[in-house]
Ligand binder design. Structure first.
Ligand SMILES: C[C@@](CO)(OP(=O)(O)O)[C@H](O)COP(=O)(O)OP(=O)(O)OC[C@H]1O[C@@H](n2ccc(N)nc2=O)[C@H](O)[C@@H]1O
Ligand SMILES: Nc1ncnc2c1ncn2[C@@H]1O[C@H](COP(=O)(O)OP(=O)(O)O)[C@@H](O)[C@H]1O
Length: 293
C-alpha cells in the first residue's frame, strides 16, 4: 500500500536496508571513550527492511512504519530514519522534505543492525531523492555520528571492520558471497550496551579473515557469552542451528540475539528452516543468501 502522500505518484523510489551479519566479531579492548575496539567481518543479507520515499516541498520529514516488526517502533525523532534525515538536512543546510514509508521486516535490537541499515538506507534514499552528491568522507562522518555500524551499512558489501566501526576495508573471502544463510531470532530484544558491558575484558586474539575455513575454525563472536548471560535462549538457538543437516557455520551476529547459519546448498537451507519452524514455531526465521557487491 503506498504512503498516503505517495498515492498516484510515479516517482517514489526504494532502497533496501540490508540485514548485517558479523561472520566473526573479535573484541580486542575497551577504549578510553567507552567504546570497544573490534575486528569483524561484516557481510550483508540479500534481504532486509524496505524504505520507499518521495520528495516533498514543505521541508518536513514524514515517516510512517508498517511491516511485521513495525508495531513496536515509534516514528518519532529518535527513529534512526528520522535522525539520518535530520542529519542530512542540517549537513546540506537546506530544509528539503520527504515522505518515507519504512517497512520493518527485521526484528528490532537484534544484532543484525536493522536500525543502522535503516539509517544508512535513508542517507542513500534521500541523496537520490534530493539529487545531491556527498563526498565519501563527509558521508562516513555523518554515518558514524548515527551509530558504530552505520558506516559499514552505507555500502552494504562484505567488509573488514575495525575500530569502533569507522575503519572499513572491502574484503573478499573466496566462497563466502552467495552462500545460503539462515537467520533465527528467538523474540527477545537485547541491548547492545549491556552486552558490551558484560564482556570479560579478555583479549582472545586477532581475527583471521583470510579464508572461509579460518573464519569457521578460529573465528569467534566474543559477545556470545555475555549475550547468553542476558538472554539464555540464545544458547538454544545456537544448539538448534548446530544440529541442522549440512551446516557450515552457526554463530551469533553482533550483540544478539539473532544467530545465523551458513549452508552449502539451497536444499540444506530450506530443510534447516523447516526444521527450526517445526520445532520452534515462535522464533523468527529468514531464509536468505550472503549478498555480493
Ligand atoms: C555489536 C555490533 C557489531 O556489529 O552490532 P549490533 O549488535 O548493534 O548489531 C556493533 O558494534 C554495535 O554498533 P551500533 O549498534 O551501531 O552501536 P552504537 O549505537 O554505536 O553504540 C551502542 C552502545 O554499544 C556499545 N558499543 C558499541 C560499539 C562498539 N564498538 N563498542 C561499544 O562498546 C557502547 O556502549 C554504545 O553506547
Ligand atoms: N528504524 C529503526 N529500526 C530499528 N531500531 C531502531 C530504529 N530506530 C531506532 N531504533 C533503536 O535502535 C536500537 C538498535 O536497533 P537495531 O539496529 O535493530 O539493533 P542492533 O543494533 O542490535 O542490530 C533499538 O533499541 C531501537 O529502539
Amino acid at each position: 500500500m503506498p504512503h498516503p502522500n505517495m498515492e498516484g505518484v510515479a516517482d517514489a523510489i526504494v532502497e533496501i536496508a540490508y540485514a548485517k551479519v558479523n561472520v566473526a566479531l573479535h573484541v580486542r579492548s575497551r577504549r578510553d571513550d567507552g567504546y570497544h575496539a573490534l575486528e569483524s567481518l561484516f557481510v550483508f543479507a540479500g534481504d532486509g527492511d524496505r524504505l520507499e520515499g518521495q520528495a516533498t516541498q514543505d521541508g518536513a520529514i514524514d515517516l510512517i512504519i508498517d511491516g511485521p516488526f513495525g508495531a513496536g517502533l515509534g516514528a518519532g525523532p529518535d527513529n534512526l530514519v528520522m535522525r539520518a534525515a535530520r542529519a542530512l538536512q542540517s549537513y546540506l543546510g537546506q530544509q528539503r522534505g520527504a515522505a518515507i514509508r519504512l517497512t520493518k521486516n527485521l526484528p528490532v535490537a537484534s544484532g543484525i543492525g536493522g536500525g543502522s541499515a535503516d539509517a544508512a538506507a535513508t542517507l542513500r534514499l534521500l541523496a537520490r531523492l534530493w539529487d545531491v552528491r556527498i563526498e565519501a568522507e563527509e558521508l562516513a562522518g555523518l554515518a558514524l555520528d548515527l551509530g558504530s555500524d552505520v558506516p559499514a551499512c552505507v555500502a552494504s558489501v562484505t567488509q573488514l571492520v575495525t575500530g569502533r566501526g569507522e575503519h572499513l576495508a572491502r574484503h573478499a573471502v573466496e566462497g563466502l558471497e552467495g552462500l545460503p544463510m539462515l537467520l533465527v531470532n528467538p523474540g527477545v530484544g537485547v541491548s547492545t550496551a549491556s552486552v558490551f558491558a558484560g564482556w570479560d575484558r579478555q583479549d582472545r586474539g586477532p581475527l583471521d579473515a583470510g579464508s572461509l575455513d579460518a573464519l569457521v575454525r578460529i573465528g569467534r563472536n566474543d559477545l556470545e557469552n555475555p549475550a547468553i548471560a542476558v538472554a539464555p535462549v540464545i544458547a538454544d538457538v545456537l544448539a538448534a542451528l548446530e544440529r541442522t543437516q549440512g551446516v557450515v557455520l552457526a554463530r551469533m551476529s553482533g550483540s544478539g540475539a539473532t544467530c545465523f547459519a551458513l549452508f552449502e546448498t539451497d536444499d540444506a537451507l530450506a530443510q534447516a528452516a523447516d526444521a527450526i519452524r517445526w520445532t520452534h514455531p515462535a522464533w523468527w526465521v529468514m531464509e536468505t543468501r550472503i549478498k555480493g557487491a
